[in-house]
Ligand binder design. Structure first.
Ligand code: DAH
Length: 369
């Protein structure tokens, strides 16, 4: 009756009981192995571990009794206990592995006859699509894409563009200024210009600042467009958003005329809005161009919106002072520049009546383009 040998209090074992002790080890080992291997789930397995190998477990109790065996019997008994313990721990690890694998497998059988899951294809944002179309058209006639920082200094955004200190665009009501201590412009590769030693940083209000950055770095001729984000302190409504996107264009060479400007704009707008698109120039004022114009266009799209002509862009011949500011000789070089909003084009093109839709990222809206 090996069972009666297990008592809670350790006591001395008479020498001839070693056989009983060894049998008890074997019995407990077999019982433990059966319980561990038969554990139906991880909770039951943990319970089996506690029962046998925990600090108050049956096996642990047996190990405590080792000390009470006569000295000469301890080595063989100890060996047997250790071997049994190793066997139990191996069974525990093996069963744990099996059960963990089981829980990670699908609960139901896989039905290979079900139809496949359709993979949703992503799309470019409508504004990105329109910007890419604009870039593609300008590339056809030899324009390269240029880029500049969205956090700009007031020199590049205003002063260098001949925009005087009292111009409303510079007003804090209209512009997001940054606290200078919070920002250090990092991409002035050539170091700060004399005029930017004491810069005031702001989120650029237009892409025209990139005209200056390009001309500072590159000698004429220049033929670039600049798609990019701009920022203004406008309250969002159907036609305004505090951030929107523009495309700037700049062409500098010898003997450039308004005719070149008109021809270029007409080519690009016909590409964008269809071959029967017409454009017209109206006199306007910008401080960095002289003369300056606003561009209207007319197409079936404008008529759909109930208007013959829609204003679409600002432009003009680059002001001689702007050339002076970047070190181009205005007696030698001539050029034109323009700027327009990408949202406006996209809205007309797709018949969208609220600019905010572009920025809400509602996939039900975005999926349509
Ligand atoms: N920067 C102007 C704006 O944000 C647009 C513009 C007008 C750009 C005339 C130009 C230009 O390059 O020559 O409204």
């Amino acid at each position: 009756m090996p069972g009666r040998l297990i008592v809670s209090k350790p006591r001395a074992w008479p020498p001839h009981w070693i056989m009983d002790f060894l049998q008890e080890i074997e019995r407990l080992k077999l019982a433990g192995l059966a319980e561990l291997r038969g554990a139906p789930d991880l909770a039951a397995l943990e319970q089996a571990r506690v029962n046998y190998l925990g600090s108050h477990g049956k096996f642990t109790a047996l190990m405590k009794q080792l000390g009470t065996l006569p000295k000469e019997q301890k080595p063989s008994a100890g060996k047997a206990v250790n071997a049994a313990k190793i066997a139990l721990e191996a069974a525990l690890a093996e069963r744990r592995g099996e059960l963990e694998l089981q829980t990670s497998l699908p609960k139901e059988a896989t039905d290979f006859t079900l139809p496949g899951r359709r993979r949703q294809l992503g799309k470019l944002h409508p504004l990105t699509q329109v910007a890419e179309d604009i870039i593609r058209s300008f590339r056809k006639i030899g324009f390269a894409v240029a880029d500049g920082p969205e956090v700009e200094d007031d020199y590049h955004c205003f002063d260098a563009l001949n925009t005087p200190a009292d111009h409303p665009a510079r007003d804090t009501q209209d512009t997001f200024y940054l606290r200078n201590s919070e920002f250090q412009i990092t991409n002035t590769e050539s170091g700060p210009q004399p005029s930017t030693i004491n810069p005031q940083f702001l989120l650029r209000t237009h892409t025209s600042s990139v005209q200056i950055r390009v001309m500072e770095k590159q000698s004429p001729p220049v033929r670039i467009i600049v798609p990019g984000r701009v920022y203004r302190r406008d309250n969002a409504d159907a036609t305004h958003n505090p951030t929107f996107q523009q495309v700037e264009g700049l062409y500098v060479d010898r003997d450039v005329t308004v005719g070149d400007l008109k021809g270029t704009v007409e080519f690009v707008f016909k590409e964008l809005m269809g071959p029967e698109t017409r454009i017209r120039f109206r006199p306007h004022y910008f401080s960095y161009t002289e003369p300056s114009f606003e561009i209207d266009f007319s197409s079936s799209l404008t008529r759909k919106m109930g208007k013959e002509w829609l204003e679409i862009a600002g432009c003009g011949m680059v002001h001689p002072q702007v050339f002076e500011n970047v070190g181009y000789d205005p007696e030698v070089w001539t050029g034109w520049a323009f700027g327009f909003g990408i949202e406006r084009i996209a809205m007309i093109r797709y018949g969208i009546n609220d600019i905010r839709l572009f920025y809400e990222n509602d996939v039900r809206f975005l999926r349509q383009f």
